[in-house]
Design a protein around this ligand. Sequence first.
Ligand SMILES: C[S@@+](CC[C@H](N)C(=O)[O-])C[C@H]1O[C@@H](n2cnc3c(N)ncnc32)[C@H](O)[C@@H]1O
Length: 391
Amino acid sequence: MIDQLRLIGVPGTNKVMAGELSRLSQRAFADLRLPEPKKEGLGALAYPFDPRLAGLAVRYHRTSTRVLWGLYRSAAQRLEPLYQELADAVAVEQRPWLQEGTRFSIAPFNLEPFAAGARQVVGAAKNALIEGAARRGVGLVLDPDDPQLRFDLRLHGDAVVLSLDLAGRPLNQRGYRSETGVAPLRENLAAVLVMLARHDARRQVLLDPMAGSGTIAIEAACMARGRPVWVEPRRPAAEEIEPVAGYCQQPTGALFADTRPLVLANELDPQLGPVARRNMANAGVERYIRFSQGDFRALVPDRVRAIAAEAGFDPGQGLILSNPPYGERLSPGLSVGFYRDLGAWCAGFPGWRAAFLVANPEFEAAFGSRPRIKKPLNNGPLRGYFYLYDL
Ligand SMILES: C[S@@+](CC[C@H](N)C(=O)[O-])C[C@H]1O[C@@H](n2cnc3c(N)ncnc32)[C@H](O)[C@@H]1O
């Protein structure tokens, strides 16, 4: 048996996820000392379970894809001992998730390396939950179509971990994106970029010159405002299921709500303008974002600085943050000249920083200057890098 708050995210983002949780918990709880997390892989962290921290993470943690309550762990290599270990642990379960009549489902992740097939491992875990609960006199019902509790079963190293998915869905399904551009960035990855680029929303304007459907702009504004991940009426599962809801409570008071960010978003494709605006409105941050349509090369640095200064921001520092088109798949005919133009345009912002997520090996040479940070970071299946430049 284990009792952990587990954050699952994009490979390579453990530091970012830990940094965000630490920032959130400092804001939310003066009296909570956040322990060092255990790294459980490239994009997985485990903290000792604390219901307040879990309640905070499942509502506010923007850089993770899953927020889990890790309940059981088994190093068994075969199905029978796995089943036995899980059933024995459930039979002595005291934690409040175990309630009479609860409908549940189990989703497998990364189980391929296990000696048996994923379906069999899920079957063993399902039987163990039902059998272990029955030994305590509690009836659990498998209901993949309409579960109240969704379990997450995955292999970490050589141990199988069974967790309760506190959000009930991936955290990138925040509920603000109605339609998307050609290649929208996952919401949690956009939040990772904002954290990696260390956006200081109190002092710095953030400018996304190729904003697509506006994900980076929206995430930056939401982070600056301390907005919950979920947009009404969407809620994390943990909020709807008693008794977990009463256990993982909402922190009182708003987080970071004293910051008034200014984000500038620009996009070439006229069809994406309405999409981006709708997403911004859905997320409730349209008043913090100014959207313009056109080629980024037509954005005049002096004009951008003037906008920043008029809004009370330091025009001498700011952050350009974007994921530009990558190449053939997204923009037929895109040439390295495009990245060269981007480098030349960025040079018009001395004192600012610029950061990009790009999956095109030609980007770095074409952009021109040397990045201060170059970090492998994939965009879904696309192998890419995060680049940060001091301009
Ligand atoms: C990879 S997508 C960005 C996706 C965006 N982050 C999102 O979440 O929707 C790159 C975007 O750059 C835009 N774009 C391409 N050339 C441009 C240019 N010269 N000026 C401004 N935007 C441009 C494309 O239309 C596309 O929407």
